[in-house]
Design a protein. Structure first.
Ligand SMILES: CC(C)(COP(=O)(O)OP(=O)(O)OC[C@H]1O[C@@H](n2cnc3c(N)ncnc32)[C@H](O)[C@@H]1OP(=O)(O)O)[C@@H](O)C(=O)NCCC(=O)NCCS
Length: 176
């Protein structure tokens, strides 16, 4: 994407910036990440321990957004060990009261911009077919970056030990 177009996209996402900070997580954010997931009622909640560990060991490939100093959203991700040009977004969530203001998009921008120096040029995420907000988030992100988005089945419902929607892999890139 040309620099001026990208700047315009990023600027348009900063419409309600007062009190918003987007940064890497620290372990003190772990409990808030767990709370945001539990309150989402959509995402699979992992143990509180998992979020603390993630904030310690995968902070570089994760993001937290705070509003007036309080965590309001996050992205947890990792650079795929066997495919180091790809960041896998594990979970993304924004507190319900802060949705619809571009926070998730800004966190994805922060994530890939921070990893660009490490030659990460692809973003992957899995989405359940009924999750329109998530589908729109990643489609909009790909479009804003001038990147392709390819969808393919990854985890059919039958792989899960309990009732679960199938997961579809979204692969977005190349990111420049
Ligand atoms: C998905 C989620 C993270 C989006 O957060 P958000 O901060 O509201 O998203 P943004 O404001 O950055 O919006 C990004 C894009 O998605 C669109 N969008 C956001 N919520 C939407 C909704 N409920 N329905 C349709 N589109 C939606 C926005 O219009 C925007 O598209 P645009 O750039 O074309 O206008 C948030 O809805 C959420 O936490 N949901 C529950 C958890 C979840 O489902 N996580 C994803 C699992 S992979």
């Amino acid at each position: 994407m040309p620099g001026d177009t990208k700047s315009a996209v990023l600027a348009s996402r900063q419409h309600s910036d007062s009190g918003v900070e987007v940064r890497s997580p620290v372990v003190e954010d772990g409990a808030a990440l767990w709370r945001i997931v539990v309150e989402s009622s959509v995402l699979d909640a992992n143990s509180p321990y998992a979020y603390l560990l993630w904030c310690r060991d995968f902070a570089r490939s994760s993001v937290v957004a705070t509003v007036n100093g309080e965590p309001a959203g996050f992205v947890t991700g990792y650079v795929r060990p066997d495919q180091p040009d790809t960041v896998m977004v594990w979970q993304v969530a924004v507190d319900s009261e802060h949705r619809g203001h571009g926070l998730a998009g800004r966190m994805l921008d922060h994530l890939v911009d921070g990893l660009a120096a490490e030659s990460v040029a692809w973003l992957e995420a899995t989405v359940t077919p009924d999750n329109q907000a998530s589908t729109r988030l990643f489609s909009s992100f790909a479009q804003a970056r001038g990147a392709d988005l390819v969808q393919e089945p990854i985890f059919p419902a039958g792989l899960f030990p309990e009732e679960h929607e199938p997961e579809v892999l979204f692969r977005i890139g190349p990111l420049v």
